[in-house]
Design a binder for this molecule. Structure first.
Ligand SMILES: *[C@@H]1O[C@H](CO)[C@@H](O)[C@H](O)[C@H]1NC(C)=O
Ligand SMILES: *[C@@H]1O[C@H](CO)[C@@H](O)[C@H](O)[C@H]1NC(C)=O
Length: 283
């Protein structure tokens, strides 16, 4: 009997995203940071402006415009931490997330971002570089925004787009929403890590140059995209939320670690969960 139920669950494609009673394709939350420290792991971050302001997040840009420089959405940060910047649409609903790096950050022995990554996806603005992902189509963010009903039914977003250029409207690229779609894309399948998911990296191979190592990864659980993250080849110590994997753990996330990474040392990553149940993310 139990065997039959297990078989039924495993063979039902539509049910694959439904694990441990959790619908992993429903983006019902927004959490950041993988850690073994319970105080910093899977920190929930706000998804509306009122929630953000009541939790000590403040506007990053002066004025009230929705578009700020080359980015869409009102930007909020907390405690001056560039590791997590939240973007909200004209109605105050979550629309994206960003991380920033000071151009003159030191030490930066690898000189990140490498030239091929400048502007795509590391967009310069003022004294910093930013990497930006959106959760809704970019043409919606500063025009109509989302309605309350859309926010309630869609949750954190209706898709994922990476800003891969200086114009967020024309340069944002859609991320594959299912693992099947990712497998036939330029994203390269990496390894499963429980409490994260199956990692995908952009177009990586053993003998690549690290100059072309795209600083984003994707996370699939139950066959669907429900998280992603950043991977910067420098050790940024100025954020409480960013992660610092050492060279010894790269092989836990990639099937074949590019040889060029052998001398990278400790890098900086951030896992971003689009659900409220990161602990159910067992690939
Ligand atoms: C899971 O959530 C997605 C997105 O909200 C929805 O389309 C799907 O029908 C849900 N699946 C189940 C099994 O509840
Ligand atoms: C981003 O843009 C660069 C430069 O045009 C391109 O090589 C790369 O494939 C793009 N990445 C994605 C994820 O679209």
């Amino acid at each position: 009997m139990l065997g039959n139920i297990a078989l039924l669950v495993l063979s039902c494609a539509a049910c694959q995203a439904f694990i441990l009673g959790r619908n992993q394709s429903h983006w019902d939350g927004l959490k950041v940071t993988w850690s073994i420290n319970p105080l910093t792991m899977f920190q929930g971050v706000p998804r509306t402006i009122p929630e953000a302001t009541s939790h000590g997040w403040v506007k990053m840009d002066t004025g009230t415009t929705c578009q700020n420089g080359p980015f869409l959405g009102e930007r909020f940060w907390k405690d001056g931490d560039l590791g997590v910047i939240l973007l909200f649409d004209v109605h105050g609903y979550i629309a994206g997330i960003q991380a920033g790096i000071e151009k003159n950050y030191s030490p930066n022995p690898n000189h990140f971002p490498f030239p091929p990554l400048v502007s795509h996806p590391m967009v310069a603005h003022g004294t910093r570089f930013y990497i930006t992902a959106y959760f809704v189509p970019t043409d919606k963010i500063c025009s109509t925004g989302r309605t309350e009903t859309e926010f309630r039914t869609q949750g954190t977003g209706s898709g994922l787009w990476i800003q891969n250029g200086t114009n967020p409207l024309t340069d944002s690229r859609a991320i594959p929403m299912t693992i099947e779609a990712a497998r036939v894309s330029r994203w390269t399948e990496g390894k499963c890590f429980a409490t994260m998911g199956v990692h995908f990296w952009y177009n990586i191979h053993k003998d690549m140059s690290c100059e072309n190592f795209y600083p984003m990864f994707l996370l699939y659980n139950g066959g669907v995209l429900n998280g992603f993250g950043w991977a910067f080849m420098m050790n940024i110590q100025s954020s409480k939320r960013l992660e610092h994997p050492g060279q010894n753990v790269y092989a836990s996330f990639m099937k074949e670690v590019p040889t060029c990474m052998n001398s990278m040392g400790t890098i900086t990553t951030l896992h971003i969960y689009l659900t409220s149940s990161a602990t159910a993310d067992n690939c």
